[in-house]
Design a binder for this molecule. Structure first.
Ligand SMILES: NC(=O)c1ccc[n+]([C@@H]2O[C@H](COP(=O)([O-])OP(=O)(O)OC[C@H]3O[C@@H](n4cnc5c(N)ncnc54)[C@H](O)[C@@H]3O)[C@@H](O)[C@H]2O)c1
Length: 260
């Protein structure tokens, strides 16, 4: 019996084997959850189909681009059928995007379109998808929503720029959603992960320098892996966290407590 036996999870945000969402999917599978996973573009569907062969239970795969109304409408329309009578117990939101030119140079130069795009994909998609999943959560009698954030929400990380602003909006959304949905027994939390080498990280100019700072300056002198994040996600998805909501759980080797 795994910690998530009998639970059904929707995981949004696998692009390839380095994705944080893939670390979470593997940990969920190991603990007995069945998965419904989405992919943004065709190339990621191919990656996902190959990766899925490593899982013990065959996941359902659906396309979803949160910035495309038609794709969103298809996803929402398919939900009732794919989540079935059981509904869903866990939703993992692990997506973010900003225009590359907005992840270098000065924040003051961010364009209106760039600002709105980053906030739409990286923050608004959390309440948007959570709302779409509410009937499925209701059928399961409640559950757990989790999203991925970064400390650039509260401290300046050069070049992170508009994504830091989006993460601040995302973390605040976690608290408002936790308040809205607590009575329905749906808890909402964020994992603030230390730097991990992924596609999203490589879009931020100089992003990999953050890796050195964790391994050199954190209380635990070790970089974070997607397996570490997956294991923390298992806790948030399991009944062991049943009264934990509105929180930001740091999985960063303790680097956020340091004053330099
Ligand atoms: N890598 C890090 O160091 C780090 C640290 C803390 C938090 N995070 C956060 O973790 C989350 C996952 O990122 P990652 O590092 O695994 O990188 P990743 O590139 O592997 O994953 C990002 C995902 O976002 C998806 N996405 C982007 N735009 C989308 C859209 N319009 N519709 C649907 N999906 C879309 C991509 O398809 C991809 O699967 C992000 O929220 C990121 O900000 C990453």
């Amino acid at each position: 019996m795994g910690l998530l036996s009998g639970k059904r999870a929707v995981v949004v945000g696998v692009a390839n084997k380095r994705s944080i969402a893939w670390g979470i999917a593997k940990a969920f599978d190991r603990e007995g959850a069945s998965l419904l996973m989405t992919y943004q573009i065709e190339r990621f569907r191919e990656n996902l189909a190959t990766l899925a062969t490593e899982l013990t239970q065959v996941p359902e795969l659906l396309p979803l681009d949160v910035a495309d109304s038609e794709s969103l409408a298809h996803f929402v329309a398919a939900l009732d059928q794919v989540t079935g009578e059981h509904g869903i117990d866990i939703f993992v939101h692990s997506i973010a995007n900003a225009n590359r030119e907005d992840l270098e140079g000065r924040f003051v130069d961010t364009s209106r379109d760039g600002f709105l795009h980053a906030l739409e994909v990286s923050a608004f998609s959390l309440p948007l998808l959570t709302r779409a999943l509410l009937p499925a959560f209701e059928r399961a009698g409640g559950g757990s929503v989790m999203t991925m954030t970064y400390r650039g929400s509260e401290r300046v990380m050069p070049n992170y720029n508009v994504m830091g602003v989006a993460k601040a909006a995302l973390e605040s959304s976690v608290r408002y959603l936790a308040y809205d949905l607590g009575r329905e027994r749906i808890r909402v939390n964020a994992i603030s992960a230390g730097p991990v080498k992924t596609l999203a990280m490589s879009a931020v100019k100089g992003g990999s320098q953050a890796l050195h700072s964790v391994s050199e300056r954190s209380p635990i002198p070790e970089n974070i892996s997607t397996d570490d994040i997956g294991n923390a996600a298992v806790f948030l998805g399991s009944d062991w966290s049943r009264l934990v909501t509105g929180q930001v759980l740091f999985v960063d080797s303790g680097s956020h407590i340091m004053g330099y």
